[in-house]
Design a protein around this ligand. Structure first.
Ligand code: 4NP
Length: 152
């Protein structure tokens, strides 16, 4: 079983979409996908209504998800940790204790813009269009991930 964690700040806008999208592309008997936030501010909450709506427009139901904070044990539990932006990257690396932990962490947009240090913009204060743009970026990155892994 390969275990994948998607991480953003609140775990209500971007990483729930990333979790739902990647889950829809991979075989659940081989891949476990989860998501978490660097902050615990929204712990226990449903994804943001705008993420729920955009996901639904693309045929995905993400209403089974609830926000939870990232915990240090996640480094041991997961094989890959995809972060949405450079600030999440710094926050997660600050919690890493070993090089093995650090090696698990990467920016999700590296999959489509390798080496460019690109971030998925935080859509929280944006309109629904910002959420659609986030969805499309994540869809592209998750397609690359699924293609790479389906071959291995
Ligand atoms: P997310 O978006 O990190 O994609 O879940 C945000 C959600 C909540 C806040 C900021 C970003 N907030 O400031 O409450």
């Amino acid at each position: 079983m390969t275990k994948v964690l998607m991480v953003c700040l609140g775990n209500i806008c971007r990483s729930p979409l990333a979790e739902g999208i990647l889950r829809s592309k991979l075989d659940s008997s081989k891949y476990e996908i989860d998501s978490a936030g660097t902050s615990n501010q929204h712990e226990g909450s449903l994804p943001d209504q705008r993420s729920i709506e955009v996901a639904r427009d693309y045929g995905l139901d993400i209403t089974n998800q609830r926000s939870r904070p990232f915990v240090k044990e996640d480094f041991k539990r997961f094989d890959h940790i995809f972060v949405m932006d450079t600030s999440n990257y710094e926050d997660i690396l600050d919690l890493a204790e070993t090089q093995e932990d650090r090696n698990k962490v990467s920016l999700i947009l590296d999959k489509i813009f390798p080496g460019e240090n690109e971030s998925v913009p935080d859509p929280y204060h944006n309109s629904i269009d910002g959420f659609k743009q986030v969805y499309e970026m994540l869809e592209e990155s998750c397609s690359v991930i699924a293609k790479e892994w389906d071959k291995s």
